[in-house]
Each structure stands twice: as structure tokens, then as C-alpha cells.
Ligand binder design. Structure first.
Ligand code: KIV
Length: 255
């Protein structure tokens, strides 16, 4: 299936079957996750922190995203590969489309960008060229410096109304789904009920969205130095790596 076909299929999952999405940043992880039947692989700019060691996503460049998108795409997954447009790679509609095309040339089947109403024109420029776009509302990590930290969204009626307005603008511009990040559960649930495209939640509580996305390193426990409070780890890769490395080092030291 092509990217547009896969994203159209995910759109029809709303109210039918929840969407399971995970981030992936490299070839073997993408293959392993795909073999488990995950629906969507996001080459997230979270790779800035969990792969490249930066303090936040504002250090991620288009070159970083192209490199990791190409690695994930080589896994030729059944899951839809979505790549993040990093900060300042979509400041104008023309720039957004040009950089979305570069991500597609690297192997992305869809792109994601952060923000609502003010991004609608950029989303439209990309979708009009036949490239599927996933929106991202709620807490926007690329704005962490302006906002002075990571804060929950949708706490007040004004914030909830702004989220709905943003979602409707994105839908009008052609998104096939919207990631909702750190939106309080009641607002996430009512926004999900109010809109026609699937919401994919992270940090929005359980069952309030049409699917979930998790950062793979939180899921498998391979980045133990910071784990968000909402993460639900299913593995402890850090312990396996430490154990294997210790056994190896002790063996070599004692021969
Ligand atoms: O970059 C990322 O991993 C993301 C998820 C948190 C949704 O955008």
C-alpha cells in the first residue's frame, strides 16, 4: 500500500479499532516493531533527546530527521512511516512543502507538524501535493522554551475551545489524524468525540483517544534516565544492556 492508502485506512479506524503507534528511529527497531503489528511508526523529533542526547527537540535539524527517516524506511514496514518536520523547517507554506518532499524522498510516507490554526495553511500546502499530514495539538515540545516547560493542556474552557478550533482547522486542511499530547483526560475525550479524524494520544490518560502513541525508549526501557510519569514500560532493555556489558567486560578483564 502507498502512504496515502495507508493513512486513508487509518482514518477509517476511528470508532472501529484503536490505532497503536510507536516511535522508531533506526532500521532494526522499525523491523521489530513492524513484525509485532504496530499500525504507525513515527520518526519523532523526540530522537533529539532519546537518541542524540540533546536536552529537548529544539536542537533537531532536518538533516537529523532525513538520516533517521531513511534508516526506518529501509525496514520497508507495513506500518505507515510518519516523519516529524523539525522546528523551523515549516515556517512558511513553501518551506513546509519543500521539506515535506525531502522527508518523502528519504522514505517517509506522511509527515507530522506541531500546532493548530496557525499551521493550517502549511498543512494545506503539503496535503494539496498528495503528502499525508498528521497534526499535533496539546503540549507542543517544539515550544518548550517559549512555554518554560512541559505543561498539561486543555485545563480551562478557553484552552479546550482553542484545541477544538485548532483541530477543526487542521481537519479542514486535510490531516488524516491528530496526535494529542498531554491534554487532560476529559478534554481529550470530548475533543475526540467532537472531531471526524482519529486522535492519537500520549499523556492523555487511557481510552480517551482513538489510539495511543508511545516513545519506544519509554516502552522498552532503554532510556532510564528520564521516564515520563504517564509512560507504561513493558520492558527493561537498560538492565539487559548493562548486564551483558558487565559480563563481557569482566570476561575480557579476567582472560
Ligand atoms: O517526537 C515525538 O516522539 C512525538 C511524540 C511524542 C508524539 O511527537
Amino acid at each position: 500500500m502507498t502512504g496515502p492508502e495507508k493513512s486513508a485506512a487509518l482514518l477509517t479506524r476511528k470508532g472501529v479499532k484503536p490505532i497503536a503507534a510507536l516511535t522508531a528511529y533506526d532500521y532494526p527497531t522499525a523491523r521489530l516493531l513492524d513484525e509485532s503489528g504496530v499500525d504507525l511508526l513515527l520518526v519523532g523529533d523526540s530522537l533529539g533527546m532519546v537518541v542524540l542526547g540533546f536536552p529537548d527537540t529544539t536542537h533537531v535539524t532536518l538533516a537529523h530527521m532525513l538520516h533517521h527517516t531513511a534508516a526506518v524506511a529501509r525496514a520497508k514496514t507495513k506500518a505507515l512511516v510518519v516523519a516529524d518536520l523539525p522546528i523551523h523547517s515549516y515556517d512558511t507554506p513553501e518551506q513546509a512543502l519543500a521539506n515535506a518532499r525531502l522527508l518523502v524522498e528519504a522514505g517517509a510516507e506522511a509527515v507530522k507538524l506541531e500546532g493548530g490554526t496557525r499551521q493550517a495553511e502549511k498543512v494545506r500546502a503539503i496535503t494539496s501535493a498528495g503528502i499525508p499530514v498528521c497534526g499535533h495539538l496539546g503540549m507542543l515540545p517544539q515550544r518548550v522554551l517559549e512555554e518554560g516547560g512541559y505543561h498539561k493542556k486543555g485545563k480551562t474552557p478557553e484552552q479546550s475551545a482553542a484545541l477544538l478550533e485548532g483541530a477543526l482547522a487542521l481537519i479542514e486542511a486535510g490531516v488524516f489524524a491528530i496526535v494529542l499530547e498531554s491534554v487532560v483526560p476529559l478534554t481529550a475525550a470530548s475533543l475526540t468525540a467532537a472531531i471526524s479524524v482519529p486522535t492519537i494520544g500520549i499523556g492523555c490518560g487511557n481510552g480517551n483517544c482513538d489510539g495511543e502513541v508511545a516513545v519506544v525508549t519509554d516502552l522498552i526501557g532503554s532510556y532510564p534516565w528520564f521516564v515520563p510519569p504517564f509512560a507504561r514500560p513493558e520492558g527493561d532493555v537498560a538492565s539487559i544492556v548493562r548486564h551483558a556489558s558487565l559480563a563481557y567486560t569482566q570476561r575480557v578483564h579476567s582472560t
